[in-house]
Design a protein. Structure first.
Ligand SMILES: [Zn+2]
Length: 101
């Protein structure tokens, strides 16, 4: 991934919250929050979820500064990165967990 994405990766937190329904991302605060749905996923799928949420933050830094965050608008690009660049297998979002983002 690009160097500036690596910088975002280093600054991002991945948190766990029992009360979170699926996954939530707060791009402005560089926070990704995952919930108990992760218990049902394999390590491989959990990796995809963490990278998915991280990419929301990285793409937000890149393209959407100053505009309202729109997670769904980023999904095509996130999916391309996961499958074509990072070589993950589909589905891109195994738990379909960020209905809000
Ligand atoms: Zn998403």
């Amino acid at each position: 991934m690009r160097g500036d994405y690596n910088t975002v990766w280093q600054d991002c937190t991945v948190e766990f919250n029992e009360g979170e329904s699926g996954g939530e991302v707060y791009p402005e605060e560089l926070r990704n929050i995952l919930g108990p749905l992760m218990y049902r996923l394999s390590v491989y799928d959990t990796e995809k979820v963490i990278i998915h949420e991280f990419l929301h933050v990285a793409l937000d830094k890149d393209y959407q500064s100053g505009r309202p965050f729109s997670g769904p608008a980023q999904h095509p690009q996130i999916n391309r990165i996961l499958i074509r660049i990072l070589n993950y297998r589909e589905p891109c979002n195994p738990a379909d967990l960020d209905q809000k983002a």
